[in-house]
Design a protein around this ligand. Structure first.
Ligand SMILES: [Zn+2]
Length: 405
């Protein structure tokens, strides 16, 4: 059975990890910086070695294109990102891109010419930009419209894209015709600890959680902390605290999969001798089910109206995404063929696969994260898990290539 070259993949991941490596630990290769540019040049050189034609689309997505036997067929696309958060880890994003290139390298050595064209993509600015995360994949899916943006956002994005020789004015040209993509596969670290706890090397992702975020303003009355008796107070922080506990209680009551977090709070006037007059806080819900967060949100609104002085403002309501069952089936078959255990699971973090799922049948392959840590220098995935994931990725690509339904 054909397998990937483990040593080569490891060397490539370590070499990319040297670009932007910081003395304090971890890798800082933020999108559009010099480190990002050097990382992309290195990745492009690997794409060329694997027999790809390299191009950059209007959003700065770096694409390695391997022609198939039949040029009229749509592409099998593999990808993730190579930009990082400040002091990020070695594997987040990188394994999805370099693992994809490794598959093509093996095809070249084995003289295997796929029927379909294969494209390996390093999506631009996945970890964040003036327009939020997953910029490149959303542009490819046609989800970025300059008409919806403020002029400062457009100015920043234009300046950013200039470093790749591009202009934000042409962003719509990044949109791909769904007819040109047969499927999309992303291998990524789990960023949670489910696989590690189960001692299973592969996660097959059936869906990606929705994210619902609100800004909550709680108004009370600021007054002297000494001369105002307890019964005469309208303390905004006490009401806000009840709201925080209600978030925990309602989430636990409504769903076993949902998580709810109050992650930020500003107290006004925030003084030792003044009863708080106003609190602004954020509430975030994430869940694989679309309805439970809405249910909890409605209960919280009701609770807020009983407390009085509580208003809600929507920040973001992103529906959960269900990934393609047919592609999941191919991944599980690839696991069975290579005798690797897998676990079907939801992703609690957003990925390029979310936007891509609107363009083509999509799924993700997860590999374990040690102690569930990511976005930190301590992020780690065992090499054998990276190798297992890449072997499964390669077999899945082969299965999709041979399937002409
Ligand atoms: Zn990532």
């Amino acid at each position: 059975m054909v397998r990937i070259n483990e040593e080569r993949l490891k060397e490539n991941i370590l070499a990319l990890g040297e670009i932007g490596k910081v003395p304090e630990g971890g890798v800082t290769r933020k999108a559009f910086t010099q480190e990002d540019i050097v990382g992309r040049e290195y990745t492009a050189s690997l794409m060329e070695e694997a027999g790809c034609r390299v191009k950059v689309d209007a959003a700065g997505n770096l694409i390695g294109y391997l022609p198939g036997k039949d040029r009229t067929l749509p592409s099998i696309m593999i990808g993730s990102h190579i930009d990082t958060v400040p002091q990020g880890g070695l594997f987040d994003g990188a394994i999805g891109v370099l693992g994809g290139i490794e598959c093509l390298k093996v095809f070249k050595e084995e003289k295997y010419k796929p029927d379909h064209p294969i494209e390996v993509v390093a999506f631009s600015a996945e970890e964040g930009s003036a327009l939020g995360g997953t910029f490149g994949s959303r542009a490819m899916a046609g989800q970025i419209d300059p008409a919806d943006l403020t002029s400062p956002q457009k100015r920043i994005m234009d300046a950013n894209l200039k470093v790749f020789g591009l202009s934000f004015e042409k962003i719509k040209e990044a949109k791909r015709d769904p007819e040109t993509i047969k499927s999309f596969l992303e291998m990524h670290i789990e960023q949670g600890s489910i696989l590690e706890e189960l001692k299973v090397p592969i996660g097959i992702v059936f869906g990606i959680v929705g994210i619902f975020r609100y800004e909550v303003t709680v108004k009370g009355e600021a007054n002297h902390s000494g001369s105002t008796p307890m019964a005469k107070r309208d303390d905004a922080l006490i009401k806000a605290s009840r709201m925080v506990l209600a978030v925990e209680e309602f989430v636990n009551e409504e769903s076993s999969s949902m998580v709810g977090t109050v992650g930020s709070m500003q107290v006004t006037p925030n003084a030792i001798n003044v009863i708080p007059g106003e609190v602004k806080m954020t509430v975030e819900f994430r869940d694989i089910n679309a309805w439970d967060p809405i249910l909890v949100y409605e209960r919280l609104r009701q609770f807020g109206s009983e407390l009085g002085g509580v208003t809600f403002k929507k920040i973001v309501e992103k529906e959960p995404v269900r990934l393609h069952p047919g592609i999941q089936e191919k991944i599980s078959q690839a696991c069975d063929d290579t005798e690797i255990c897998y676990h079907k699971m939801a992703s609690a973090a957003g990925h390029d696969a979310v936007a891509m799922s609107y363009l083509a049948p999509t799924s993700m392959i997860f590999v374990p994260s040690r102690r569930g840590i990511s976005h930190a220098p301590e992020e780690w995935t065992e090499w054998e898990d990276v190798f297992a994931g890449t072997n499964v990725l390669m077999r899945t690509v082969l299965a999709i290539d041979k399937n002409n339904e």
